[in-house]
Design a protein around this ligand. Structure first.
Ligand code: NAD
Length: 267
């Protein structure tokens, strides 16, 4: 049975959508007729080629634009939201996805990495939401979806900044959801386990070489050690949850931290 999400004509911002999960989420929205402002870093020509390719695959009427705001800079985040609203005439959906990682013991963790992870993975969620909410309140409807992580619910060693930021995103999600619950706006966090983004694919090859074992063993024994089903989360599975949340089907789901992690956080 094909589900019709009735999203045609809506407008979205997806932060960190020049790669991986954000790019897949933006593509899923544009395929449903949602106009999207892409954001993120990368080589200008590649960003433009990816934008044009997404535009070509978008449903009729959906525009695909790009804004290069740096998520560590609050003023640029404000500009991103203002750009989306002026170019698209409205803002219905905000997907806070931009994120980075750094792995090191706490007592060796570089101060600048801590600051960057907190700024991009946590504070940018606050700044973007702060500027999006007045527009959503005026429209009487809105959807904020924060891409947190299984690490928003449980911890792993050597990822203190990432785990702190993602737990912060889950807390922010709950507080914000309570504030706007009567205004037609939902705020939720998606908490994925491992997703095979380009970053993770690279790690598989590197680890296989370093350990002298087959890539399949790296996946099962190293990368997916904490994920009971031993399978990566797929982009389509994340897109399905996103489309549920942003459509009217998700109207009663708010303040939730939704696991999509093959059982990781059940353990
Ligand atoms: P990715 O590296 O493929 O994409 C990250 C995106 O963020 C890129 O578009 C990058 O340009 C952008 N970005 C980084 N710094 C930025 C900045 N200062 N300003 C603007 N954009 C910036 O990573 P991904 O794996 O797709 O991760 C996306 C989100 O999903 C992150 O928040 C990550 O924590 C989360 N997540 C990923 C996984 C996984 O297994 N890949 C699992 C759980 C959660």
């Amino acid at each position: 049975m094909a589900v019709d999400y009735h999203l045609e004509g809506q407008a979205a911002v997806v932060t960190g959508s020049t790669s991986g999960i954000g790019q897949a989420m933006a593509a899923a929205l544009t395929a449903q007729g949602v106009s999207v402002v892409l954001n993120g870093f990368g080589e200008a020509a590649r960003i433009e080629a990816d934008r044009a390719a997404m535009q070509a695959r978008a449903a009729a009427g959906a525009k695909v634009l790009y804004h290069g705001a740096d998520m560590t800079r609050p003023a640029e985040i404000a500009e991103l939201i203002a750009f989306a609203t002026s170019e698209l005439g409205r803002l219905d959906i905000l997907v806070n996805n931009a994120g980075i990682q750094h792995v090191a013991p706490v007592d060796e963790f570089p101060d600048e990495k801590w600051a960057a992870i907190l700024a991009i993975n946590l504070s940018s969620v606050f700044h973007a939401t702060k500027h999006a909410l007045p527009i959503m309140k005026a429209q009487g409807r809105g959807r904020v979806v924060n891409i947190a992580s299984a690490h928003g619910l449980v911890a792993s060693p050597f990822k203190s900044a990432y785990v702190a930021a993602k737990h912060g995103v889950v807390g922010f999600t709950k507080s914000c959801a309570l504030e706007v619950a009567r205004q037609g706006i939902t705020v939720n966090a998606i908490c994925p386990g491992y997703v095979k983004t380009p970053l993770v694919e690279m790690q598989i090859g590197d680890q296989a070489k370093a350990r002298g074992i087959a890539p399949e063993r790296v996946v099962e024994e190293v990368i997916l050690a904490a994920q009971p089903n031993k399978a990566f989360v797929e982009y389509d599975q994340l897109a399905g949850l996103l489309l549920y949340l942003v459509s009217d089907l998700g109207a009663s789901t708010t303040g939730a931290a939704l696991s999509i992690d093959g059982g990781w956080t059940a353990a």
